[in-house]
Design a protein around this ligand. Structure first.
Ligand code: ADP
Ligand code: MG
Length: 232
């Protein structure tokens, strides 16, 4: 399905929240690297997709009603064998059924476990006055506790993305310190420019959350994506 079709389908179902697979399909179109993510409707399908992708894999609950998958006990990482995939599938469904008994469950998504990197977050929200705004920050405690994030109004220029990344307090972490290798800041700048152009192209998108993105010495990959559409 094209991005337009995905958006139309969600609208037709009266949904503002796009699923992880839908969100990643849109984000991939923008040129941003995301983990290849496939929907499995049953345990046996989850195993066959895992076998095809190669281990380790990650399983996540797939539901049009659940925004925060790990809060629901709906994420299992680092699964090494078909048996671990089966066990994770069962545990996810048990936990989610307890926490969200009313949620409609589609199955699980299967994706390759990404190798760890420096965690960053890229977001977009729509300000009543300024319209779409991009946000950048380091993942984990940096954003949750220290609120170490920076903002720019869309559209962003090359100069904007360079300063957006460099003005967060945690920037030295990306430059590499204390024996840590430097992260690929150039590729992150490219991702932000791509997202700015994408957001301009799709005014029907209200919010985007790429959390987390793993950044490496070369390149990066977004392992989670969430898109919220504006009211019909
Ligand atoms: P949530 O809906 O709770 O935000 P996420 O998809 O972000 O769920 O998954 C929760 C955590 O699991 C992430 O913060 C990340 O640390 C880890 N994770 C998710 N997907 C992957 C992946 N493909 N490879 C490695 N770790 C992952
Ligand atoms: Mg997430």
């Amino acid at each position: 399905m094209t991005s337009k079709e995905i958006i139309q389908k969600a609208r037709a179902e009266g949904r503002a929240l796009l699923t992880e697979t839908e969100s990643k399909a849109l984000i991939r179109e923008s040129g941003i690297a995301v983990t290849d993510t496939q929907l499995a409707h049953s345990m046996s399908e989850a195993v066959s997709i895992s076998n095809r992708m190669g281990y380790p894999v990650v399983l996540k609950i797939a539901s049009k009603d659940i925004t925060h998958k790990s809060d629901a006990g709906g994420v299992k990482v680092g699964l090494m064998t078909p048996e671990e995939v089966e066990k994770a599938y069962e545990e996810i469904f048990t936990s989610v059924a307890q926490k969200y008994p009313a949620a409609a469950l589609q199955g699980v998504t299967v994706q390759k476990a990404a190798r760890p990197g420096v965690e960053v977050i890229i977001g977009m929200f729509t300000d009543a006055q300024f319209g779409p705004v991009l946000m950048f920050g380091l993942g984990g405690i940096w954003v949750e506790i220290l609120k170490d994030v920076s903002f720019r109004i869309v559209p962003l220029t090359k100069k904007d993305v360079a300063s957006l990344i460099r003005e967060i307090k945690g920037f030295p972490l990306l430059e590499g310190r204390r024996g840590q290798k430097a992260s690929d800041i150039g590729s992150l700048e490219g991702a932000l420019l791509n997202l700015s152009a994408f957001v301009e192209k799709y005014p029907e998108i209200k919010e985007i959350d790429l959390n987390p993105i793993f950044v490496y010495e070369e390149g990066y990959v977004a392992v989670d994506a969430r898109i919220i559409l504006s009211g019909a």
